[in-house]
Design a protein around this ligand. Structure first.
Ligand SMILES: *[C@@H]1O[C@H](CO)[C@@H](O)[C@H](O)[C@H]1NC(C)=O
Ligand SMILES: *[C@@H]1O[C@H](CO)[C@@H](O)[C@H](O)[C@H]1NC(C)=O
Ligand SMILES: *[C@@H]1O[C@H](CO)[C@@H](O)[C@H](O)[C@H]1NC(C)=O
Ligand SMILES: *[C@@H]1O[C@H](CO)[C@@H](O)[C@H](O)[C@H]1NC(C)=O
Length: 472
């Protein structure tokens, strides 16, 4: 209800400023005739089927609803934080106590030792309980993201069909909740998994529902080929930077940088670089790392990079890599760049292996290939691939809505295994899917939309030892 009232107030203020002209006055004024016998006519062009009132009210209502739920979640997260702090303090106190007992085993009686043991058990139980509450927020965020994805679709449709100024106020509401959710998730992430950068797990076990930010900066669904994300090893002061690059064919021409998430969704870039004509790229499996774009070039066929700090280009031919094998969605994807906790990688297929994929580690200073690993997956059957903690993950498309990680290869142990970790797409096609170790998320550029996913890892006993509560 609040949503509708707010919307109506908004609408009347817009009308008062004369921006919209939904209502027009007829011949008369103030409902009286002007003395020449004309009657007042007041034509309302309002809720005809052509004006998106219903859609806008719905988006508006959704925004208010999301905002309320987020405030509630934020409150919960604050209370979890307080609890965590106090548990951490109790653990510190208990540790001190145990150290004291170990130093003077004679001076404590059994009852006291028993008390300490009980207290340890209590704190452990509280932490387990807290962890499951914190985890509960994930479900809430997922449902909020679903609502937001629907908003994004409606807004995109409205912006394409109607005057952008009419949609602007509704769009601001969307941006507000989008940022609120981002902040809430960041806080949640800090509580839920403060061990970003840690590889104390045995791999991905679950992928969230697609988190849809919005349609690209060109506001064009024909800009299907491209990518977006964050720098995986940002230089100082650029930690919150986002990048975006897309085109209507499988080429890379230019790239835009945004100082932060807010500016990304406001479509306010602060830098726009166009690649020099001899250095245009292809394939859409590019990434940004250390303020440098890594991408594929076709002449000579190989890897290229552009360092935005120095604006210097460089390239390397990879003799073994074949131009014949690409991913399932497009024929130009020969080199797939990836970055993880352990460094920079490039993935390709070779003639020698009959189109099976090879993982190669790139030495960042020399831009040369350090080592290669042969996998047993045939590249044309793969939709995309990425690396996490030195482990290669290959993804394939199962049906019109879903994909799955079906294969992994650990470069440390050279062990491969066939697995099944399914996930949903938002739209049909994608040419860019990458992991980012700075936030442990997967980034997908999905038919022009910015989409990302949260990942869940299988934490080993070691990882549990270093779990959130205990490491605070
Ligand atoms: C319309 O009504 C307003 C306020 O009642 C009055 O000030 C104004 O003079 C009226 N205009 C005409 C054309 O009657
Ligand atoms: C931990 O010990 C300090 C100092 O002895 C004490 O003030 C504090 O209340 C203790 N905290 C808890 C949670 O037991
Ligand atoms: C980019 O250039 C800067 C400045 O010379 C340098 O410190 C950095 O290592 C370069 N990065 C890459 C990836 O080439
Ligand atoms: C997580 O790892 C453990 C130990 O390696 C394994 O037994 C278990 O099956 C894994 N769980 C999943 C969901 O993969």
């Amino acid at each position: 209800m609040i949503g509708i009232l707010y919307f109506l107030a908004l609408l009347s203020s817009t009308v008062a400023r004369g921006h919209v002209g939904l209502w027009t006055e007829g011949n008369g004024r103030n409902g009286t005739n002007g003395g020449n016998g004309n009657k007042c006519t007041c034509d309302a062009f309002l809720p005809t089927s052509t004006f998106p009132i219903k859609d806008m009210v719905l988006v508006e209502q959704t925004a208010v609803e999301i905002s309320n739920r987020l405030e509630l979640e934020m409150g919960k997260l604050e209370s979890y934080e307080t609890k965590l702090t106090s548990y951490a303090e109790r653990i510190v106190n208990l540790t001190v106590e145990i150290e004291r007992m170990e130093k003077n085993p004679g001076s404590y009686n059994n009852a006291h030792t028993e008390d300490v043991k009980i207290e340890i058990k209590q704190v452990e139980a509280l932490i387990v309980e807290l962890q499951s509450s914190i985890q509960g927020s994930t479900t809430v965020f997922e449902s909020l993201h679903e609502q937001i994805a629907a908003m994004v679709e409606t807004l995109t449709r409205l912006e394409k069909t109607y005057d952008k100024n009419v949609v602007l106020a509704t769009r601001r509401e969307y941006i507000k909740v989008q940022l609120q959710l981002e902040e809430c998730e960041r806080r949640h992430q800090e509580l839920f998994n403060p061990n970003i950068g840690s590889c104390a797990h045995t791999g991905i076990i679950k992928i969230s529902k697609p988190i849809v930010s919005q349609l690209n900066a060109h506001l064009s669904t024909s800009y299907k080929f491209g990518g977006w994300g964050k720098d995986s090893k940002p230089i100082p002061d650029r930690e919150s930077m986002y990048w975006y690059s897309a085109y209507s064919s499988a080429a890379i021409h230019d790239i835009r940088f945004y100082t932060n998430y807010k500016n990304l969704i406001l479509r306010n870039h602060y830098q726009h670089h166009t690649l020099a004509s001899g250095w245009r790229g292809t394939g859409n499996n590019f990434i940004v790392r250390d303020n440098t774009l890594y991408y594929q070039i076709n002449n000579p066929f190989g890897m290229a990079k552009l360092n935005f700090t120095t604006m210097k280009y460089d390239q390397r031919v990879v003799t073994k890599a074949s131009a014949r094998f690409s991913y399932a969605y497009s024929s130009n994807q020969n080199f797939d760049f990836a970055a993880d906790e352990t460094g920079l990688w490039v993935i390709y297929a070779t003639e020698e292996s009959g189109g099976r994929m090879v993982i190669a580690k790139i030495n960042e200073p020399s831009f040369g290939i350090e080592e290669e690993w042969q996998t047993s997956v045939y590249k044309p059957g793969v939709s995309n691939a990425f690396m996490v903690c030195g482990v290669f993950y290959a993804v394939r498309t199962i049906d019109i809505q879903g994909d799955e990680i079906f294969y992994k290869f650990d470069t440390k142990t050279k062990q491969e295994s066939f697995i099944s970790v399914p996930f949903e797409r938002f739209q049909d096609n994608y040419y860019n899917l990458d992991y980012n170790p700075t936030d442990q998320k997967l980034y997908m550029y999905n038919d022009g939309y910015y989409v990302n996913y949260h990942l869940w890892f299988n934490h080993t006993a070691k990882a549990i030892e270093e779990s959130p509560a205990l490491s605070t």
